[in-house]
Design a protein around this ligand. Sequence first.
Ligand code: ZN
Length: 326
Amino acid sequence: MKVIHARCGLAILLCLLVVRFPVHAQTAPQRAIAVTIDDLPAGAANSMTGAEIVQMTTKLLGTLREQKVPAIGFVNEQKLYKLGEVDDRIKALDLWLDNGFDLGNHTFAHTSLNRVTLQAWEEEVIRGETVTRLLLAQHKMKLRYLRHPYLDAGGDLQTRREAEAFLSSRGYAVAPVTMDAWDWMYAGVYEDARKRGDSALQQQLVSSYLSYTTTIFDYFEKVSKDLFGYEPKQVLLLHANWLEAEHIGELIELLRKRGYQFVTLEIALSDGAYSSPDQYVGEGTGWLDHWAITRGHPLQNEPVFPQWVIDKSHELRRQIPAAASN
Ligand SMILES: [Zn+2]
């Protein structure tokens, strides 16, 4: 009996080791995310020279390439037309394709579908295709995605569905967003601090941005699990600005530590979650919100954006009108 007991004990011990080992060996869960970058050639293109836009783009894409992170940039072609600078601004777009990234349409003038008639908005989409389509064709690529400005996808269901049918007839898929830490709100303040050489404020903004990103991911990863029983491949919304150009490496590191692998938008959208029923209409918001509201369970206790950054941004906008957009 004693021998059997000892064997049992050993077996139990081995079982415990086998069971426990994989749990300890597990580092982070397997997650995937697509990086999408809006407002090309630059969020603040109106207050930047063409040369500066090229410099910022080179820096941003350099890190993405080094880190082997695929990305797609969404273009507002209106920002290309500045006298004497058109070549530089188009060159900034071309850098995306030369470096193996993709481009999509974000309408010509960043027009909200919720603020103009459907017909006027459709014209904005078509007007926004000209240069991007040409550049893509030179790289044997096609214009495949549209990102709604302000994430405004239609103020009523009929408009939303008609816009979707129009987009699909022109070969577009809508590019949804599931993760958004409002980098554009930080970016305006960051770029102003950068111009003034206020590196203390720049660092404070970067820390706050990364910490708010963590809060957003904690929250929406849980929401994802609650909605789907797993975490679908996510789509991250960023913007073309100096904050990302100089700090996207830290953001990538933060996400890798959470277990994220970086995938193309196409791969992210192959996740079944993106064909879930979506009847959302109203103010632009993320797709996890869309799905939750469609199911009749609006999200509760969403993270609150740091008020001090909003205050600083408003202060700036009072000094320089029309400085920021999302
Ligand atoms: Zn935008």
